[in-house]
Ligand binder design. Structure first.
Ligand code: AMP
Ligand code: GLY
Length: 420
């Protein structure tokens, strides 16, 4: 079949890498893609936020299956446009993707289905929000309601910090996303992510992971999109996964179906776990980045079968073969990220790295210029490896990094420390 993947990050490169290994994939196109994806797919320009343009592209290129990677096209209704045109699609409708696009909506769904989550209140007015914060005290969490590229959450340790966050949000520093805020109880515990495919009715868990959000070693420094990840997450034991499915995931899927907006795609659930009880922190309507890279490394070619079963509403009978293995990814970022950084610096040595089904360098922000690979983003490479143990996966990943010659980049040296 002819397959189209929308996106240009490390997440989409890892999906492309897994999909391409499956004999069902005849031709793979990535739009817009990046220098790494060009090794496994044809990369072509396309406005992936424009549903009509994506449909026209699929017709021109005889696409049988379209996989949507990032959240922006989902929120823009690209999956709706594709399904309306009878094109087989992986990714939820705009209505279902509100589980990511609106924190207030997610809270409403949790209330309706009884899913454990932090207590909260929802405000469209700064004064009312501030009064509530003063009553509740700190620590407390202030969230911009809409999509804010991971920057709309302030975990405030003091009341004054929380009040300042409310001012910032209503002053427009988060754009549209700040016009409404959700204020939440601060939850203690250990965080882990759970990835579940849903076809609207049935679900198929496809792995657990933990990421490192802070920029520097020892979980210090500014928050980022994620500096590394590993799978599985030891804290999410089989018993806790079942509890999370019974109390949070399946009730959410059922509630979405009851509302006439069935959830079809991958549901990325972030949990806070304390005393054997998972509570929902957030949902995302897409794979995590870089969590996807470790999940794809573990799934390999069967990832395509699972995504197809999801899109064709056959998850009830779908099964995965799990090796009892571990995967770990280290993000190489441009020095300065998540702040200002230099662009178009050259990365050397990538061609000397042996890449196998157990080790791969996924590209997150690169472009090819002549023979050179240039860094074009903040997070640039995801050096990913598999092993029988987490330690082995980690050793394999760090061994690959030694061969990468990129003085303008940096990475954390301690990915996986919590689990090891
Ligand atoms: P979110 O975008 O909702 O995932 O929030 C980003 C990060 O903020 C999460 O990964 C948590 O580390 C933290 N966070 C969000 N909500 C809470 C909460 N209610 N209590 C404690 N930490 C939170
Ligand atoms: N690594 C966190 C995310 O993708 O949102």
């Amino acid at each position: 079949m002819n397959i189209l993947i929308l996106g240009s990050g490390g997440r989409e490169h890892s999906i492309a890498w897994a999909v391409k290994q499956n004999p069902k994939c005849d031709h793979l196109i990535c739009a817009p893609g990046n220098a790494g994806m060009a090794e496994v797919a044809t990369c072509m320009p396309l406005d992936i936020l424009d549903g009509a343009a994506v449909v026209a592209f699929c017709r021109t290129h005889k696409i049988d299956f379209c996989i949507i990677g990032p959240e922006a096209p989902l929120a823009a209704g690209v999956a709706d446009a594709l399904r309306a045109a009878d094109i087989l699609t992986f990714g939820p409708s705009a209505a279902a993707a509100r589980l990511e696009a609106s924190k207030a909506f997610t809270k409403e769904i949790c209330d309706a289905c009884g899913a454990p989550t932090a207590a909260y209140a929802h405000f469209t007015d700064a004064d009312a929000a501030k009064t509530y914060i003063t009553e509740q005290g700190a620590p407390i969490v202030v969230k911009a309601d809409g999509l804010a590229a991971g920057k709309g959450v302030i975990v405030a340790m003091t009341v004054s910090e929380a009040l300042a966050a409310v001012d910032d949000m209503f002053d427009g520093s988060f754009g549209e996303a700040g016009a409404e805020v959700v204020i939440e109880e601060f939850m203690e515990g250990e965080e882990a992510s759970f990835f579940i495919l849903s076809d609207g009715t049935s679900i198929l868990p496809i792995g657990t992971a933990q990421d490192h959000k802070r920029a520097y070693d020892g979980d210090e420094g500014p928050n980022t999109g994620g500096m590394g990840a590993y799978s599985p997450a030891p804290v999410l034991t089989a018993a806790l996964q079942q509890k999370a499915i019974d109390e949070i995931i399946q009730p959410t899927i059922d509630e979405m179906a009851i509302r006439g907006t069935p959830y079809e795609g991958v549901l990325y659930a972030g949990f806070m776990i304390k005393d054997g009880q998972p509570r929902l922190v957030e949902y995302n309507a897409r794979f995590g980045d870089p969590e996807c890279q470790v999940i794809m490394m573990r799934l390999g070619a069967q990832a395509l079968d699972a995504l197809l079963a999801c899109a064709e509403q056959r998850l009830e009978k779908a099964r995965l073969n799990w090796a009892d293995d571990h995967a770990l990814t280290v993000v190489l970022a441009a020095k300065g990220y998540p702040g200002e950084y230099q662009k178009n610096t050259e990365i050397k040595g990538l061609d000397t790295i042996e890449q196998t089904s157990k080790s791969h360098v996924f590209h997150a922000g690169t472009a090819q210029s002549g023979d050179a690979i240039l860094a074009t983003g903040g997070r640039v490479l995801n050096v990913t490896a598999r092993g029988d143990t987490l330690q082995q996966a980690r050793d394999n990943a760090y061994a690959m990094i030694k061969d990468i010659d990129w003085p303008e980049g940096f990475h954390r040296k301690d990915i996986g420390w919590r689990a090891l």
